[in-house]
Design a protein around this ligand. Structure first.
Ligand SMILES: [Zn+2]
Length: 402
């Protein structure tokens, strides 16, 4: 975090919660020094009861892991750390950071400390830009580029965002020939051994902090149904990024100025039609519990899960109270309506951190794994085990090898 290299961390440089800064900065000079950090971690871990937390090197890298859960822990929680399957990660950051080999090796080195047993790497949604901008756009990438850099069974790879995305973002009027060639492409990805199709950007806001582009695929696009059909027959889920707009609205102001449409047309009904048309296809709707907008509430998630048996969700958390779309409040406590949602549909949730291994943003995701353990500790253990890993094993074809 020490971006100016002066050997200490100022409040501006600090990337963790501000409360933690205050606790660690013992002499209150508004800088965290190496000595203060060392003292803080030493104190923290001499007080740890859990021997597993005490033994591993991993703990040092994540001093907050498992720390404040006691107050909110679910009855039956025994204090252990859950091993998780992370179903949604990327290698590299934006279009300018695509060193996949570095990403794969960083993933393998960070996964143990994050308690990730298996990570599913997906190519990011790749929007087709208007011709005028094409000169600046980077090369597309997909399964084969990611496959080439991976030599571990602990990383499993999805595909389709690059090569299928190109056609999905194109015209809705497709000839029989185009439809056939799309089907062939999709089928060949399935045969190569991808464990998920994705990340398909059905409706994807541009975010100022990421530098991505706004993109959308018409939900009645005929090629989406071809993808759904192939995915169902191959038993491979589709991971979708879908920023839901339940009713026509103006653009939330935090999303202004980066190329998003100023006026948002409702897209929920069309999403439900897409789910209904592809009843046999497992759709994993990414980023439940995050707070990009206020639209994706626990209530909305419950209604959709109730109506669509083929719908699953991956959880990504921010401490984003008070927005109704944030599952956790600022203290890391799971909100009641979200707790009820996870407990009511225990088979329908997995974890998906969005980690960007090998990018300059990589360490920003450390905290996600602290929050995951807090989340799991607050759920009944049988539900927590499902969400941590058992559901992912049931939804994704992780049995084979790539
Ligand atoms: Zn993603």
């Amino acid at each position: 975090m020490d971006s100016d290299g002066d050997g200490r961390i100022s409040q501006d440089e600090w990337l963790r919660p501000p409360q933690a800064f205050k606790r660690i900065d013992r002499d209150k000079d508004s800088f965290v020094t190496v000595e203060e950090l060392r003292e803080f971690t030493k104190k923290r871990f001499s007080g740890q009861k859990n021997s597993r937390m005490n033994s591993g090197e991993s703990v040092g890298a994540n001093p907050e892991l498992n720390s404040d859960v006691d107050a909110t822990a679910s009855p039956g929680y025994d204090g252990s750390v859950y091993e998780i399957i992370d179903t949604h990660v990327h290698l590299g950051g934006g279009p300018k950071q695509r060193n996949f080999a570095a990403g794969a090796s960083e993933a393998l080195s960070k996964m143990p400390e994050r308690h990730v047993a298996i990570a599913i790497v997906l190519p990011t949604p790749q929007v087709v830009l208007p011709t005028a901008q094409k000169r600046n756009s980077q090369k597309r990438y997909d399964y084969s580029e990611l496959r080439r850099v991976n030599h571990s069974d602990r990383i499993r790879i999805g595909g389709g965002a690059g090569i299928l995305g190109k056609m999905l973002h194109g015209s809705e009027t497709v000839s029989l020939e185009q439809r056939d060639s799309f089907r062939d492409l999709t089928q060949s990805l399935a045969e190569e051994g991808i464990v998920a199709f994705g990340e398909i950007g059905l409706y994807h806001f541009a975010l100022p902090q990421i530098g991505n582009k706004f993109g959308s695929v018409p939900l009645n696009h005929p090629l989406l149904d071809v993808l759904g059909d192939v995915a169902a027959k191959a038993g491979i889920p589709i991971d979708v990024h879908f920023d839901v707009v339940p009713r026509n609205s103006s653009l939330p102001k935090q999303l202004a100025g980066v190329g998003n449409p100023g006026y948002l047309k409702a897209n929920l009904a069309q999403f439900e039609q897409f789910l209904s048309r592809n009843r046999k296809t497992k759709i994993v709707w990414a980023h439940a519990g995050l707070e990009v907008t206020s639209f994706r509430t626990a209530r909305l998630c419950a209604d959709l899960l109730q109506r669509h048996n083929n719908l699953y969700m991956s959880i990504r958390l921010t401490r984003g109270a008070p927005k109704p779309s944030a599952a956790m409040d600022t203290s890391g406590q799971l909100k009641n309506e979200w707790k009820q949602l996870f407990t009511r549909f225990p088979d329908r949730f997995v974890l998906g951190s969005e980690s960007m291994y090998g990018s300059s943003m990589s360490s920003l995701f450390d905290h996600q794994f602290v929050l995951y353990q807090k989340l799991l500790a607050q759920l009944p253990p049988a539900v927590a085990r499902k969400i941590a890993s058992e559901n992912a094993l049931a939804i994704y074809p992780l049995g084979g090898s790539q």
